[in-house]
Design a binder for this molecule. Structure first.
Ligand code: HCI
Length: 394
């Protein structure tokens, strides 16, 4: 049986992690996988996470199964953080999932279960796992234009023109904030324009929000998505706690489905819980419990939000220094978009050959499409990257 297997295409981002590890150069710089790193290159456990974990060890009296949907307290706390005033509890079904990827997977399973012919629309470019999971599940995919390589911003006219082709019941994936890989984001006005188009066409938005708090702040990062959610009857939202709580390996995510009416809530919740059961039974609990403890304890929450804000400001200041270093070197604001982008990533706009040259000649590792993890930089490496970008002729 196993001899029938054929080699799987590797995930390009994870393959890059391995290549970086094997590079013997001390001067190497990792701008690859989307993991936050401090100035020393470490990904620390956040203070509030440590405190909650200590408390959990002392007070947890059982590790018996939770429920198929996870602990309802986690769903309530995280959905409130993500949806804010747009949270309509009487239409909201939630399941805890193994990370944000798990939420995407369960969401697409739900789409396929409800509507086997629905087409999934993805931004071009998008996170490679989106098309990979859809393809594996047999969900047909179309792309919509998103990025304007000339300006480093969103090609909104192209996006709207392509989304005009959605059919009733199609699903449109949107990045809630901090677009991965481009770093270019919709304005609040653009979010409402997209929402009105999808509502008019009868298409369902599926928002992937994995970096809330990394762009303009916890509330600001959710504002566009929330505006959209108040304008459409139905929606799916996949949220990840990996980055904003720094609990990558705990696999903590939540799939939310907003039903068109309270009458549809029970069957929607039942379908989502059943999909959890069919795929893994109970979702992981440790990370979810830690997140719940932090969000429901005023002191822990304030400490967590404060540390997240420091992380966010650190990345913004790295963006500013990189844009300034490049302005000094090229004598124009050609790279100004790097300071305008938000979140962990920016798409530099280099060719694959230029990306390869930066890796070969300078030990700088970015994804082949020239996506850079800004958090992989520090004050000492910003000028080295700027020099390498110029030397590669970007
Ligand atoms: C990213 O780098 O885009 C996010 C981290 C990630 C990458 C590949 C697979 C899972 C998660």
């Amino acid at each position: 049986m196993l001899n029938a297997l054929t080699p799987q295409a590797p995930d390009k981002i994870l393959a890059l992690m391995a290549a970086y590890r094997e590079d013997p150069r001390d001067s190497k710089i990792d701008l690859g996988v989307g993991v936050y790193k401090d100035a020393g290159g470490n990904t620390p456990v956040m203070r509030a996470v440590k405190a909650a974990e200590r408390q959990l060890v002392d007070t947890q009296s059982t590790k018996v199964y939770t429920g198929l949907a996870g602990d309802p307290a986690f769903a309530e706390a995280l959905s409130t953080l993500v949806l804010g005033p747009a949270r309509a509890a009487d239409r909201l079904a939630c399941v805890a999932t193994p990370g944000g990827t798990g939420a995407i997977r369960q969401g697409l399973e739900l789409v396929r279960m409800a509507s086997p012919t629905a087409r999934l629309w993805l931004s071009d470019p998008t996170w490679p796992n989106h098309p990979a999971i859809a393809k594996y599940l047999g969900v047909p995919v179309s792309d919509y234009r998103y990025f304007d390589a000339g300006t480093g911003g969103v090609d909104f006219d192209g996006m709207m023109a392509d989304l005009a082709g959605v059919a009733v019941g199609d699903v449109v994936m949107l990045h809630g904030c901090c677009h991965n890989p481009t770093g270019a984001n919709l304005t609040l006005d653009q979010w409402t324009t997209v929402a009105d188009l999808l509502a008019a066409r009868g298409a369902v938005p599926f928002v992937d929000i994995a970096y809330q708090g990394f762009g303009d702040g916890l509330e600001a990062d959710a504002a566009g998505m929330r505006a959209l959610l108040t304008r459409v009857p139905e929606a799916l939202v996949a949220a990840s706690c990996s980055k904003n709580f720094g609990i990558y390996r705990e696999r903590t995510g939540l799939l939310m489905a907003i039903a068109a009416s309270p009458a549809q809530l029970k069957v929607t919740q039942g379908a989502m819980s059943a999909l959890n059961r069919l795929n893994f039974s109970f979702p992981p609990d440790h990370g979810a419990r830690v997140v719940t403890m932090i969000l429901t304890d005023a002191e822990l929450r304030a400490d967590w939000a404060g540390e997240l804000e420091e992380v966010r400001r650190g990345m913004l200041s790295l963006r500013e220094s990189l844009a300034t270093a490049l302005r000094d070197r090229v004598g124009s604001d050609r790279f100004g978009f790097l300071a305008a982008h938000r979140g962990m990533f920016s798409l530099l706009g280099a060719t694959p050959e230029q990306v390869e040259a930066m890796r070969r000649d300078h030990g700088i590792y970015m994804v082949g499409d020239s996506r850079m993890n800004i958090a992989g930089l520090n004050a000492a490496t910003v000028p080295l990257l700027a020099d390498a970008i110029v030397a590669a002729g970007v």
